[in-house]
Design a protein around this ligand. Sequence first.
Ligand code: MG
Length: 253
Amino acid sequence: MKKSLVLFTLFSTMSLVSFAQTQMIAHRGAWKNTKVPQNSIASLLGAVNLKAWGSEFDVHLTKDDVLVVNHDNDFYGLDIATSTYEELLTKKHPNGESIPTAEAYLQEGLKHKGTKLIFELKTNKLGTERTLKSAELSIALVKKLKAEKAVEYIAFSYDACVKLRALDKSAMVHYLMGDKTPQEIKEAKLSGIDYHLAVYKKNPTWIKEAKTLKLKTNVWTVNKEEDMRYFIENKIDYISTDEPEALHSLLGK
Ligand code: MG
């Protein structure tokens, strides 16, 4: 009886270890080695192809309240916050895609259930009011598409994180800036920390502390193999990388 209990405990622990393995998030999709534009639908499909746990993308708000996917504040020279969506359609990615709306991006992502959609809500350069408006529209869009289970939010704006939490009590919301302790994130009822790799190296206890507080841990942007190994060994939940192919083979997937 005792022996079987020991074996059962051992087996459960082993399962937990393999279950708790670090997962990969393709940062701005898979674009670097596939030679497609960052944040394009093609980059999302590249991440899906690699069976990434998640594919990250950046969401901005246009002047006329359309959520669009792009990293920089401008899309080939057109300032997103002060341009209308129609104006942005005058430019194209080199692969022929127009700037994707967040709606089109999510709809494409929802067709591929294996990959989570890591929705970075960008801080609007026109001020907090526009950033909070982006948060409201994002929650409404995700609700409309019934995409709640597929989407996890990340943001540098702490105000935006708090707003997202207030609007959806069960959404996964992770803070990016790196200036709050795991305890502060727990108290704000956010889901986890998603910090730059230098923040974790400066605060080597934070991964463990976050785990004790049942917070998720994610790190950006990890492109060197030695750093990938460091965070896998430290049992971080997610690694965001521009080199998903390299991390994929390191994780043995
Ligand atoms: Mg981003």
